[in-house]
Ligand binder design. Structure first.
Ligand code: ADP
Ligand code: MG
Length: 243
């Protein structure tokens, strides 16, 4: 039985004269992995940022896990359920890896230090860098930093993870280690919305592909249909560039 966890209805977002989202509607089911692709400026990041209200939208509605994003209280509740990973890792450079993972657990989740450390270590194990807990972000490779960022988001026990081009700032040899962590999460049943042009990952992990252009969802299909038989000319043209 499908169970919607993200419900986006006819969302419009303007930045001054730029109409970044032009009536986007999308329902994501619990456990689903949705991969969004599309040219630069098509509204992918804006859409992700609207889901946890890092960005305010002008009209339409979004609810997450049944909570409408319509009051400060609700927005805070939704943010607790949604983890986000950005292209730039946004780790605290003055804190060790372990402290990066512990801080928000203590402050936001009100865990005691001991429990937070235990969870942090389990997550570092999960993302494959348990030996780096004492290192500072600047001593890690980009791929390792991004895995710390994923672990940090997971430490908050999110129900949904949003990824905005998580590998596009990485050197090619580090992309796989990050995608492997994401594939593992998908296999565990995490609900994920991922903006990424890593088509190998999309084929392997996506339940649904979305192609956006000029603030709209132009095409939505299963990976199989999308890659073998894209219906829209614009998706076809774009795919021929990224494949
Ligand atoms: P994508 O992630 O697909 O590259 P974005 O969602 O970042 O696209 O941007 C969509 C459009 O909105 C672009 O035209 C971009 O320039 C504009 N935009 C995004 N963020 C801002 C902002 N903070 N201020 C003004 N314009 C913005
Ligand atoms: Mg973007």
């Amino acid at each position: 039985m499908p169970e919607p966890i993200i419900e986006i209805e006819n969302v419009h977002k303007r930045f001054g004269r730029v109409h970044a989202l032009r009536g986007v509607s999308l329902t994501v089911e619990k456990g689903e992995v949705v991969v969004i692709i599309g040219p630069s400026g098509s509204g992918k990041s804006t859409l992700l940022r609207c889901i946890n209200r890092l960005e305010e939208y002008n009209s339409g509605s979004i609810s997450v896990d049944g909570i409408p994003l319509d009051s400060t209280e609700n927005i805070n509740a939704v943010r607790q359920e949604v983890g986000m990973v950005f292209q730039q890792f946004n780790l605290f450079s003055h804190l060790s890896v372990l402290d990066n993972l512990v801080l928000a657990q203590c402050q936001v989740r009100k865990r005691c230090k001991e429990e937070a450390v235990k969870i942090a270590r389990e997550l570092l194990q999960k993302v494959g860098i348990p030996e780096k807990e004492k290192a500072f972000p600047g001593q890690l490779s980009g791929g390792q930093q991004q895995r710390v960022a994923i672990a940090r988001a997971l430490a908050m026990n999110p129900k949904i993870m949003l990824f905005d081009e998580p590998t596009s700032a990485l050197d090619p040899e580090m992309i796989k280690e990050v995608l492997d962590v994401m594939t593992g999460l998908a296999a565990e049943g995490m609900t994920m919305v991922v903006v990424s042009h890593e088509m190998g990952f999309a084929r392997a992990a996506a339940d649904r592909m979305i192609f956006m252009d000029e603030g709209r969802i132009v095409e939505m299909a299963s990976p199989h249909d999308f890659f073998t038989n894209p219906k829209e000319e614009r998706s076809r043209a774009f795919l021929s560039k990224v494949l």
